[in-house]
Design a protein around this ligand. Structure first.
Ligand SMILES: NC(=O)c1ccc[n+]([C@@H]2O[C@H](COP(=O)([O-])OP(=O)(O)OC[C@H]3O[C@@H](n4cnc5c(N)ncnc54)[C@H](O)[C@@H]3O)[C@@H](O)[C@H]2O)c1
Length: 256
């Protein structure tokens, strides 16, 4: 049975490109209205949602700034009058140079935490009042299998994604009584534009990508479309009795 999200409204942060764009198009195909939110230009994703027969608005947001996030939520409510789904997909990952932990510049450490951790807290704080009023909401936080695998060379990023996982678990208990479900998805190494760019800058990532594909139980590299079905499931009524959980989507590399 295909997932049905008619009359649902979904915000996808970091929806301008890559995996976020794949979520936006997936939501549109399932019948949801989509708010494509990003620091980058969102027009191409909005066009792809419309081409898929959906409805979307693009919103400029910096998730690290609460006033900007509140503005995103206000725009979503003005356009579509409700918010059912939040996918916390925005993150600083692209352009992070892999290297020893003690050489990470302090300002880069702080910015990764501001976007990847505080940004998620901001987005959840801003959407909860609307979800609470509806007595229904679905929040999907995007972590990473780098947390399970202990991937070296990106300590700030891996630490931030561990915090995402921890926040989902703790918040499930606070939000459950309000009718809001919150779960985590952990993607494996996914061949998005960002990863292609990082591979060009870090040859070690090219080797890691090949090794992971060889280790995968399903025996191939992972693409943005591989993640869409799980996010649609977690966003839908089919998963209404699931909260505080993590689903690893990596073709069977990390068995956890
Ligand atoms: N590609 C992978 O291998 C992989 C693996 C595990 C997890 N992830 C996670 O999946 C998500 C998407 O990754 P991707 O590969 O498409 O990379 P990406 O860099 O293309 O996606 C991140 C998006 O977030 C946006 N963004 C960054 N800072 C922002 C801010 N302050 N405010 C609003 N938007 C901001 C970016 O502009 C971009 O569109 C990220 O959370 C990433 O950490 C990716």
């Amino acid at each position: 049975m295909a997932i049905q999200l008619q009359n649902r409204v979904a915000i996808v942060t970091g929806g301008a490109r890559g995996i976020g764009r794949a979520y936006c198009v997936g939501f549109a195909r399932a019948g949801a209205k989509v708010v494509v939110a990003d620091v980058l230009d969102t027009s191409e994703t909005v066009a792809q949602v419309k081409a898929a027969g959906g409805e979307a608005i693009g919103v400029a947001v910096d998730v690290a700034n609460f006033a900007s996030v509140q503005g995103m939520v206000d725009r979503a409510l003005a356009a579509f009058h409700r918010i059912d789904i939040l996918v916390n997909n925005a993150a600083l990952m692209a352009n992070l140079k892999m290297g020893p932990f003690h050489q990470i510049p302090e300002d880069e450490w702080d910015r990764v935490m501001a976007v990847n951790v505080k940004g998620i807290w901001h987005c959840i704080k801003a959407v909860v009042p609307a979800m609470q009023q509806q007595r229904y909401g679905k929040i999907i936080n995007v972590s990473s299998t780098t947390v399970l695998m202990g991937v070296p060379g990106l300590l700030h990023y891996v630490a931030s994604k561990g915090a995402v996982f921890a926040m989902s678990r703790a918040l499930a208990r606070e939000l459950g009584p309000l009718g809001i479900r919150i779960n985590t998805i952990m993607p494996g190494l996914t061949q998005s534009e960002a990863i292609q760019e990082m591979k060009a800058a870090s040859p070690v990532l090219v080797d890691m990508s090949k090794q992971l594909a060889a280790q995968a139980a399903l025996g191939r590299e992972q693409y943005p479309e591989d993640l869409v079905g799980t996010v649609l499931f977690l966003a839908s009524e089919e998963s209404d009795f699931i909260t505080g959980q993590n689903i690893t989507v990596d073709g069977g590399v990390a068995h956890w």
